[in-house]
Design a protein around this ligand. Structure first.
Ligand code: SAH
Ligand code: DHB
Ligand code: MG
Length: 224
């Protein structure tokens, strides 16, 4: 009762709840064509990001880790009129693929893809006075998640939500002796969350077409 069933159930939900969508399908096809890794959020996960952003009435969204823009398209479609998504991507080839996918989805006017390591782009965004963001989705190099969470807090205000992907990784998150930098980073992230009075948070384990993983979700409850 594992991967095969999880994928079948994801497909069942996807068929009923995330009907075939030309722009999203084309984005995944273009990513494959360009040789990008197939590590986009799944359709039900993309829909979750969309729902959270819509519930939030988001006007300003920050994404760290664009890949081919699949999650970006979900987030951008949830924007309130006049809103925009800024999405950060280190790899110029990924960013180029994402821009084409976002344009095909008709969202180029509301999405700003910034190329470069997020560690360098985030201070620039702060210096430009960008933010506070209503929704921040952290999904880039896993080892930097604690740093990105620190930046997310700086670029937040009361009522912002911060969503972090890949926090479970097949359960490795509970392994205190695991030396994998990604696992160590997620444990550090949860320690930070637990000690941070400005947020209240949860973590949700997920199974599906992307295996066994999960999201961290934090609500900012005080101004920075
Ligand atoms: N959010 C995407 C998936 C992102 S995959 C989706 O669900 O569709 C992670 C992405 O983070 C990759 O494209 C990778 O190139 C990018 N990345 C890795 N290190 C980075 C860094 N330091 N700064 C910005 N992006 C980075
Ligand atoms: C990987 C990265 C992701 O963001 C993800 O959702 C799944 C896998 C990876 O680097 O393997
Ligand atoms: Mg991810």
């Amino acid at each position: 009762m594992t991967q095969e069933l999880w994928s079948a159930v994801d497909q069942y939900f996807a068929e009923l709840l995330t009907p075939r969508d030309a722009a999203l399908d084309a984005a995944l096809a273009a990513n494959r064509e360009a040789g990008l890794p197939a590590i986009d959020v799944s359709p039900p996960q993309g829909k979750l990001l969309y729902l959270l952003a819509r519930i939030q009435g988001a006007r300003d969204i920050l994404e760290i880790g664009t890949l081919g823009g699949y999650s970006t398209i979900w987030l951008a479609r949830a924007l309130t009129p006049g809103g925009r998504v800024i999405t950060l991507e280190a790899d110029p080839r990924h960013a180029e693929t994402a821009r084409a996918n976002i344009t095909r989805a008709g969202l180029e006017a509301v999405v700003d893809v910034r190329v470069g390591p997020a560690q360098e782009t985030l201070p620039k965004l702060a210096a430009e006075g960008c933010g506070p963001f209503d929704v921040i989705f952290i999904d880039a190099d896993k080892a930097s998640t604690p740093d990105y969470f620190t930046w997310a807090l700086k670029l937040s205000r009361r009522t912002s939500i911060i969503i972090v992907d890949n926090v479970v990784r097949d359960g490795a998150v509970i392994e205190g002796a695991n030396s994998d930098p990604g696992v160590r980073a997620m444990r550090r992230f949860f320690e930070m969350v637990s000690a941070e009075p400005r947020v209240t948070a949860t973590a949700i384990q997920t199974v599906g077409s992307k295996g066994y993983d999960g999201f961290g979700i934090a609500l900012v409850i005080a101004d920075g």
